[in-house]
Design a protein around this ligand. Structure first.
Ligand code: IMP
Ligand code: MG
Length: 181
């Protein structure tokens, strides 16, 4: 299998572009079904930077009416057990009364999404659900309620399809995992 080198580390193909596309078709079907009867457009919120490619592919498979917003978050493990999430790019519109679907690339510890969801709820949206391409249940122990999951993996580090290592590797069409040994 094809191998790539980033940051002196070797990565091997883990989920191919074809498999990603199958996963996205399935997720889109689930979302189209779940929101089939909504009266107002679904507000999709993409968490940058990692989810930009996933969002672009997902949205083109949705047949329900949607609007799209982008936020940019950075999580810090603070001295408090919760940590903190800094907003580098804020929401552009109010979410009061809206049906919201948060779109993430990967949920690892769950800290980023957990803090962000708490902030979203303060705006009194009608509903909030989460869609993630990748989820690491062994790491987050299901502290976050994820409604649409693309693929569950172990505590492995992955890159490609939007995911990076020190800012690089986002343009890879497949998802690669760090090779051990
Ligand atoms: P959290 O631990 O769930 O808060 O994840 C925070 C962020 O870390 C994610 O949104 C990703 O941007 C990044 N991240 C987590 N796991 C990986 C990985 O395996 N590869 C690349 N980035 C990751
Ligand atoms: Mg991310």
């Amino acid at each position: 299998m094809e191998e790539v080198l980033y940051d002196d580390k070797r990565f091997q193909v883990f989920i191919s572009d074809k498999e990603i596309s199958t996963i996205i078709n399935r997720l889109a079907e689930e979302i189209n079904k779940e929101y089939a009867n909504i009266q107002v457009p679904l507000t999709l919120i993409s968490i940058l930077d990692g989810s930009f490619i996933f969002m672009a592919d997902l949205v083109r498979n949705l047949t329900i009416p949607v609007t799209i917003q982008f936020v940019k978050l950075k999580s810090y493990e603070g001295t408090s057990s919760r940590g903190e999430v800094a907003h580098l790019l804020k929401l552009q519109e109010s979410l009061t009364g809206k049906n919201v679907l948060v779109v993430e690339d990967v949920i690892d510890t769950g800290l980023t999404i957990d803090v962000f969801l708490e902030e979203l709820h303060k705006q009194n949206p009608q509903s909030v659900k989460v869609c993630t391409l990748l989820s690491k249940p062994e790491v987050h122990n299901n502290i976050v309620n994820i409604h649409f999951t693309g693929y569950e993996l172990g505590p492995e580090f992955v890159i490609g399809y939007g995911l990076d290592i020190n800012g690089q590797g986002r343009q890879l069409p497949h998802i690669y995992k760090l090779k051990v040994g």
